[in-house]
Design a protein around this ligand. Structure first.
Ligand SMILES: O=C(O)C(=O)C[C@]1(C(=O)O)C=C[C@@H](O)C=C1
Length: 125
């Protein structure tokens, strides 16, 4: 960033310190974003296993009661962390919607695999 793209049109002796502070904050933001990506990857590894478990035992992909509990818990956590609870709820809903799509795909794959196996055993007697 240069004085010409700070949006103030001003420049001066403080620029170097401001840019250093901005750089420091951006490094923390990058670390936090990396942690979020790693945590999400771990969460999706768990939910993939849940998806297989559900598909193999004919359980529905979505569990609205569980989601209601998660939302209530996250809203409380968000409030105590001074994060907007509505934002926390939207974020969870966004993630869970993706998980449910994964669960549905896994269930389709399990059914297709079972159909194939049933076809083979019919053909071979
Ligand atoms: O706990 C489950 O039953 C899941 O499938 C996981 C999960 C989640 O991502 O947290 C996803 C879908 C359900 O509606 C509820 C929760």
């Amino acid at each position: 960033m240069t004085p010409s793209n700070t949006g103030t049109g001003r420049s001066g002796a403080g620029d170097t310190a401001v840019l250093a502070e901005l750089q420091r904050l951006r490094e923390s933001i990058d670390n936090i974003d990396a942690a979020v990506v790693h945590m999400l990857a771990e969460r999706f590894k768990c939910t993939q296993q849940v998806g297989h478990l559900k598909a193999e035992h004919q359980l529905p992909p979505a569990d609205p009661d569980r989601e209601a509990q998660q939302i209530a818990r996250l809203r409380t956590l968000a409030e105590s962390a001074h994060l907007d609870p509505a934002f926390a709820e939207k974020l969870l809903n966004f993630i869970v919607a993706e998980v449910i799509r994964h669960h549905e795909r896994i269930a389709e794959e399990v059914v297709a695999a079972e159909d194939t196996t049933a076809g083979v055993s019919r053909a071979t007697g």
